[in-house]
Design a protein around this ligand. Sequence first.
Ligand SMILES: [Zn+2]
Length: 183
Amino acid sequence: MFIAHLPAGYLLSRPFARRNPSQARAIFGIGLLCSVLPDFDLAYFYLIDQRRTPHHDYWVHTPVFWLVLAAAIALLLIATGRRNQLVLVGVGLISVLLHLVMDSIAADIRWLFPFADLRVNLVHVQAVYKPWYLNFLLHWTFALELAIWLVAGQFALRDFRARRAIGKEAARAAEPQAPRTPA
Ligand SMILES: [Zn+2]
């Protein structure tokens, strides 16, 4: 997918943040970062690899890498008595896996690498237009991406209004009470 990773990460992080209000900021931070983290390999793709290998073939676009990394971090947290941060590892891992699921729609992802070379690519976007990105922008899957943005925007707006209402309520409660005139 092209532009929907970030709002999808928001939608995924939201229920975890609501269940763990004391860690809500960290959960949203990790969830949003990890929802786009695999695509940081584009820097390597353009700057170092000179576009020789499709960036979905790099190891940061394989689930096994992230599963091993998350397991290692989780073990470290358990060993150091920081189990309360395990939720962050869980959110990060699920966000990355969601990224790979979404990439599997229009790009091929090697879900079983390095054990098998199975490639999952649900929809083949034909190269009809130039420049290349128009093929994605004018494909029906882009409507799906816009729909994800709309749903995430709706929830974000609702959360923003709820937070503002709580803030006003708190400000009103903190206002000094007018002294009562004696009867
Ligand atoms: Zn990607």
